[in-house]
Design a protein around this ligand. Structure first.
Ligand SMILES: Cc1cc2nc3c(=O)[nH]c(=O)nc-3n(C[C@H](O)[C@H](O)[C@H](O)COP(=O)(O)O)c2cc1C
Length: 335
C-alpha cells in the first residue's frame, strides 16, 4: 500500500498554531523535522520585524518547510506582509474572512493558504476564493472554537462540498492518537490538525504546570469565561481545573478588566500583567497564580498520558495509523 502526505509535506499531520505564543520555533522545527506541517503563531499585534525573527529562528532549526498562523480578528496586515515576504510554505488563517485578493497575493509569493473553518458556509467561501486546503474544526477542539458542530458530522459534509477539487480537507478537534487519525481519514479527510496533543510536548512553549495538568485532568468544557474583554464573542474549550469549576458560572457582565492581577507573563517579547479570567495561557516566563490561569484543551485530552518530544508524537501517529489500516484491510471487520 502506498502512503502520501498533503501540500507537499511527507505526512497529513498539522500542528495547529497555538496562541498566544505556545507554538514557537522549537516546536515548529521539531514537527517539520518529523515530516509534518508545523505552524508558528503570529502575534496579535502588528510586529512584522519580530515575526520575521521568529521565522528565521525556525529556519535555523530546520531546513524543512513550515507555515505561520494568523488570527484575523486582531491587527494583521503588516504581519501577513512579513509572512509573504519571508515566503514560508503555508499561511494559516482563523477567525475572519479570507479574501480572494489575499489568496492571489499569497500565491504570487508562492505561499499556500489554509483557513480553519467551523461551518459549511465558511467552507464554501473558502473554496470560492481558491484556498489550497481547509481545516475543519469541530466543537471538540481545544482553544477558541469557531464552530458549533461535532467533527463527525461536519467533516464529511465539507468533504462532499469539496467534491473532486484538489483541496485537501484536514480534520481538527479532539484527535490525539492514531485511532482518531484513521477515523478522520475514514470520514474523508486527507489529514489531521492537532492542538492539545502538541501543547503536551517537550518543545511546546507552555508552562510546565499547564503541561502537567493536561496529563492529570481528563475533562474539558466549552465556555466563554476567559478573555471576554479582549476577544468578545469567542467561546473556547478549556480544561476543567479546580479554578475553572469554581468560577464557571461567572456573571455575564464580568470580564478580566475589573479583576485582580494574578501574575505576569512575557508574550512574544512583551511583558503583560495577567488579570484573573484573562485569555492568555501560561508559558515558561509566567509567574504568579498559574493554577488560576486558562488552560485550553480539546476533548481528546483524556487520551494524552505523557509529555513526548513532538517528533515522537508524529512518528507514533504515522506508524499507528499505518498499522491500523493494514490490520483492518487484512482482517474481517465488524459491520
Ligand atoms: C492552546 C491552544 C491554542 C490555540 N490557538 C490557536 C490559534 O492561535 N489559531 C488557530 O487557528 N487555532 C488555535 N487553536 C485551535 C486549533 O487550531 C485546533 O482547532 C484545535 O487545537 C484542535 O483541537 P485539539 O486541541 O483537540 O487538537 C488553539 C488550540 C489550543 C489547544
Amino acid at each position: 500500500m502506498g502512503w502520501k502526505g498533503i501540500l507537499g509535506f511527507e505526512y497529513g499531520i498539522v500542528q495547529a498554531p497555538l496562541g498566544p505564543d505556545i507554538a514557537g520555533p522549537e516546536l515548529v522545527a521539531a514537527v517539520a523535522n518529523a515530516g509534518a506541517l508545523g505552524l508558528l503563531r503570529a502575534p496579535d499585534s502588528e510586529s512584522p520585524e519580530y515575526l520575521k525573527e521568529l521565522i528565521r529562528k525556525t529556519r535555523s532549526l530546520t531546513d524543512k518547510a513550515f507555515g505561520v498562523g494568523v488570527v484575523l480578528a486582531f491587527p494583521h496586515k503588516e504581519n501577513i506582509k512579513a509572512i509573504l515576504e519571508e515566503k514560508v510554505a503555508v499561511l494559516q488563517l482563523y477567525w475572519g474572512e479570507c479574501s480572494k485578493e489575499l489568496v492571489l497575493e499569497a500565491h504570487s509569493s508562492g505561499v499556500k493558504v489554509v483557513p480553519q473553518v467551523g461551518s459549511l458556509e465558511e467552507a464554501k467561501k473558502a473554496i470560492d476564493v481558491g484556498v489550497d486546503a481547509i481545516i475543519v474544526q469541530g466543537r471538540e477542539a481545544g482553544g477558541h472554537v469557531i464552530g458549533q458542530e461535532a467533527l463527525i458530522s461536519l467533516l464529511p459534509q465539507v468533504v462532499d462540498l469539496v467534491g473532486g477539487r484538489d483541496i485537501p480537507v484536514i480534520a481538527a478537534g479532539g484527535i490525539a492518537d492514531a485511532r482518531g487519525y484513521v477515523a478522520a481519514l475514514a470520514l474523508g479527510a486527507k489529514g489531521i490538525c492537532m492542538g492539545t496533543r502538541f501543547v503536551a510536548t517537550q518543545e511546546s512553549y507552555a508552562h510546565s504546570t499547564y503541561k502537567r495538568k493536561l496529563i492529570e485532568y481528563d475533562k474539558t468544557e466549552y465556555t466563554d469565561v476567559f478573555g471576554r474583554a479582549r476577544w468578545p464573542g469567542a467561546p473556547h474549550r478549556v480544561l476543567q481545573t479546580p479554578f475553572f469549576c469554581d468560577w464557571k458560572s461567572l456573571p455575564a457582565q464580568e470580564s478580566e478588566t475589573n479583576q485582580p492581577i494574578i501574575g505576569h507573563s512575557t508574550i512574544h517579547r512583551v511583558e503583560k500583567e495577567i488579570r484573573r479570567f484573562a485569555g492568555t495561557c501560561p508559558n515558561p516566563t509566567t509567574t504568579g497564580d498559574i493554577e488560576s490561569m486558562v488552560m485550553y484543551a480539546g476533548q481528546g485530552v483524556g487520551l494524552i498520558k505523557e509529555i513526548l518530544p513532538a517528533g515522537e508524537v508524529v512518528k507514533r501517529l504515522v506508524e499507528g495509523a499505518q498499522l491500523l489500516i493494514q490490520q483492518m484491510s487484512g482482517e474481517s471487520v465488524y459491520i
